[in-house]
Design a protein. Structure first.
Length: 187
Protein backbone atom coordinates (compact mmCIF):
# COMPACT_ATOMS: atom_id res chain seq x y z
CA UNK A 1 0.00 0.00 0.00
CA UNK A 2 1.35 3.43 -0.89
CA UNK A 3 0.63 5.02 2.51
CA UNK A 4 1.19 1.91 4.59
CA UNK A 5 -2.12 0.75 6.00
CA UNK A 6 -3.42 4.30 6.05
CA UNK A 7 -6.48 4.76 3.83
CA UNK A 8 -7.57 8.16 5.17
CA UNK A 9 -5.25 11.13 4.79
CA UNK A 10 -6.36 13.78 7.28
CA UNK A 11 -6.17 17.27 5.78
CA UNK A 12 -5.65 20.33 7.99
CA UNK A 13 -5.37 24.08 7.51
CA UNK A 14 -4.64 25.28 11.04
CA UNK A 15 -1.65 24.60 13.29
CA UNK A 16 -4.01 23.63 16.14
CA UNK A 17 -5.45 20.84 13.99
CA UNK A 18 -1.98 19.65 13.01
CA UNK A 19 -0.81 19.62 16.63
CA UNK A 20 -3.65 17.25 17.52
CA UNK A 21 -2.67 14.90 14.69
CA UNK A 22 0.97 14.77 15.80
CA UNK A 23 0.01 12.45 18.65
CA UNK A 24 -2.32 10.35 16.47
CA UNK A 25 -1.46 7.04 14.77
CA UNK A 26 -1.59 8.71 11.32
CA UNK A 27 1.78 8.71 9.56
CA UNK A 28 0.73 10.85 6.56
CA UNK A 29 -0.98 14.21 7.00
CA UNK A 30 -2.04 16.69 4.31
CA UNK A 31 -1.23 20.32 5.11
CA UNK A 32 -3.46 22.64 3.12
CA UNK A 33 -1.10 25.57 2.81
CA UNK A 34 0.26 27.83 5.51
CA UNK A 35 2.58 30.80 5.80
CA UNK A 36 5.88 30.32 4.00
CA UNK A 37 7.95 31.36 7.04
CA UNK A 38 6.34 28.75 9.28
CA UNK A 39 6.57 25.72 7.01
CA UNK A 40 10.07 24.45 7.80
CA UNK A 41 9.52 24.45 11.60
CA UNK A 42 6.18 22.70 11.07
CA UNK A 43 7.77 20.02 8.88
CA UNK A 44 10.58 19.52 11.41
CA UNK A 45 8.09 19.19 14.28
CA UNK A 46 6.05 16.67 12.31
CA UNK A 47 9.15 14.65 11.36
CA UNK A 48 10.25 14.61 15.00
CA UNK A 49 6.88 12.98 15.78
CA UNK A 50 7.32 10.43 12.96
CA UNK A 51 4.84 12.13 10.63
CA UNK A 52 5.13 12.75 6.89
CA UNK A 53 3.60 15.96 5.55
CA UNK A 54 2.05 16.16 2.10
CA UNK A 55 2.04 19.90 1.43
CA UNK A 56 -0.46 21.55 -0.88
CA UNK A 57 1.88 23.87 -2.80
CA UNK A 58 -0.92 25.89 -4.42
CA UNK A 59 -2.24 27.14 -1.07
CA UNK A 60 0.92 28.56 0.55
CA UNK A 61 0.72 32.19 1.66
CA UNK A 62 3.63 34.28 0.41
CA UNK A 63 4.79 31.97 -2.37
CA UNK A 64 4.01 31.96 -6.07
CA UNK A 65 2.87 28.62 -7.46
CA UNK A 66 5.47 27.78 -10.11
CA UNK A 67 8.45 25.48 -10.68
CA UNK A 68 10.80 27.82 -8.79
CA UNK A 69 8.55 27.73 -5.75
CA UNK A 70 8.41 23.94 -6.07
CA UNK A 71 12.21 23.81 -6.14
CA UNK A 72 12.35 25.96 -3.00
CA UNK A 73 9.79 23.77 -1.24
CA UNK A 74 11.60 20.58 -2.20
CA UNK A 75 15.07 21.83 -1.27
CA UNK A 76 14.39 24.07 1.74
CA UNK A 77 11.09 22.96 3.30
CA UNK A 78 11.43 19.25 2.43
CA UNK A 79 7.97 17.78 3.05
CA UNK A 80 7.29 14.15 2.13
CA UNK A 81 5.44 15.31 -0.96
CA UNK A 82 3.74 18.17 -2.78
CA UNK A 83 0.19 18.46 -4.04
CA UNK A 84 -0.50 20.80 -6.95
CA UNK A 85 -2.72 21.39 -9.94
CA UNK A 86 0.27 22.60 -11.96
CA UNK A 87 2.22 20.25 -14.20
CA UNK A 88 5.48 22.22 -13.76
CA UNK A 89 5.23 21.85 -9.97
CA UNK A 90 4.58 18.12 -10.30
CA UNK A 91 7.56 17.66 -12.61
CA UNK A 92 9.91 19.62 -10.34
CA UNK A 93 8.67 17.64 -7.32
CA UNK A 94 9.42 14.36 -9.09
CA UNK A 95 12.89 15.60 -10.09
CA UNK A 96 13.60 16.24 -6.41
CA UNK A 97 12.48 12.76 -5.36
CA UNK A 98 9.42 13.79 -3.33
CA UNK A 99 5.96 12.27 -3.69
CA UNK A 100 4.05 14.17 -6.36
CA UNK A 101 0.28 14.41 -6.21
CA UNK A 102 -1.51 16.10 -9.07
CA UNK A 103 -4.86 17.51 -7.98
CA UNK A 104 -7.54 17.54 -10.67
CA UNK A 105 -11.02 19.04 -10.59
CA UNK A 106 -13.58 17.08 -12.61
CA UNK A 107 -16.21 19.72 -13.29
CA UNK A 108 -17.16 18.59 -16.79
CA UNK A 109 -16.04 16.30 -19.61
CA UNK A 110 -13.61 18.92 -20.94
CA UNK A 111 -11.90 19.10 -17.55
CA UNK A 112 -11.69 15.31 -17.50
CA UNK A 113 -10.00 15.17 -20.92
CA UNK A 114 -7.52 17.94 -20.14
CA UNK A 115 -6.72 16.54 -16.68
CA UNK A 116 -6.11 13.02 -17.99
CA UNK A 117 -3.89 14.40 -20.77
CA UNK A 118 -1.84 16.48 -18.32
CA UNK A 119 -1.52 13.61 -15.85
CA UNK A 120 -0.26 11.27 -18.56
CA UNK A 121 2.37 13.87 -19.50
CA UNK A 122 3.37 14.79 -15.93
CA UNK A 123 3.32 11.20 -14.58
CA UNK A 124 2.68 12.12 -10.93
CA UNK A 125 2.97 9.46 -8.27
CA UNK A 126 -0.74 9.98 -7.46
CA UNK A 127 -3.71 11.86 -8.82
CA UNK A 128 -6.10 13.45 -6.33
CA UNK A 129 -9.57 13.50 -7.90
CA UNK A 130 -12.00 16.20 -6.75
CA UNK A 131 -14.81 15.82 -6.07
CA UNK A 132 -14.15 12.39 -4.64
CA UNK A 133 -17.82 11.44 -4.36
CA UNK A 134 -18.20 10.15 -7.91
CA UNK A 135 -16.92 6.57 -7.82
CA UNK A 136 -17.18 5.87 -11.55
CA UNK A 137 -14.95 8.89 -12.31
CA UNK A 138 -12.34 7.67 -9.82
CA UNK A 139 -12.30 4.34 -11.62
CA UNK A 140 -12.14 6.04 -15.03
CA UNK A 141 -9.19 8.28 -14.11
CA UNK A 142 -7.32 5.32 -12.65
CA UNK A 143 -8.00 3.19 -15.73
CA UNK A 144 -7.14 5.88 -18.28
CA UNK A 145 -3.92 7.04 -16.61
CA UNK A 146 -2.67 3.89 -14.82
CA UNK A 147 -1.76 6.22 -11.94
CA UNK A 148 -3.00 5.53 -8.39
CA UNK A 149 -5.90 7.78 -7.40
CA UNK A 150 -6.65 9.57 -4.14
CA UNK A 151 -10.23 10.78 -3.67
CA UNK A 152 -10.80 14.19 -2.10
CA UNK A 153 -13.35 16.93 -1.80
CA UNK A 154 -17.01 16.80 -0.84
CA UNK A 155 -16.66 13.47 0.96
CA UNK A 156 -18.99 13.87 3.90
CA UNK A 157 -19.86 10.37 5.12
CA UNK A 158 -18.17 7.09 5.91
CA UNK A 159 -20.18 5.44 3.13
CA UNK A 160 -18.85 8.00 0.62
CA UNK A 161 -15.31 7.22 1.79
CA UNK A 162 -15.94 3.50 1.39
CA UNK A 163 -17.44 3.99 -2.09
CA UNK A 164 -14.36 5.95 -3.19
CA UNK A 165 -12.04 3.24 -1.87
CA UNK A 166 -14.12 0.48 -3.48
CA UNK A 167 -13.95 2.38 -6.79
CA UNK A 168 -10.18 2.06 -6.71
CA UNK A 169 -8.91 5.04 -4.72
CA UNK A 170 -5.83 4.10 -2.69
CA UNK A 171 -6.75 6.70 -0.06
CA UNK A 172 -9.18 9.50 0.73
CA UNK A 173 -8.21 13.02 1.82
CA UNK A 174 -10.61 14.75 4.17
CA UNK A 175 -10.64 17.65 6.58
CA UNK A 176 -13.70 16.25 8.37
CA UNK A 177 -12.41 15.06 11.72
CA UNK A 178 -15.36 12.73 12.22
CA UNK A 179 -14.25 10.77 9.13
CA UNK A 180 -10.70 10.26 10.34
CA UNK A 181 -11.84 7.63 12.80
CA UNK A 182 -12.69 5.24 9.93
CA UNK A 183 -8.98 4.69 9.47
CA UNK A 184 -8.06 4.29 13.13
CA UNK A 185 -9.10 0.65 13.25
CA UNK A 186 -6.70 -0.16 10.39
CA UNK A 187 -3.65 1.59 11.85
Amino acid sequence: MPFGKQRVLPAVKQMKELEKLLSSPFEYIVLLGGKIGMLRPIIELAEHQGKKILLHADLIDGLKNDEYAAEFLCQQIRPAGLISTRMSVIQRTKQNGLLSIQRIFLIDSGAMEKSVELAIKAKPDFIEVLPGVIPHLIAEVKERTSIPVIAGGMIRTVSEQEEALCAGAVAVTTSRRELWSMDMSHI
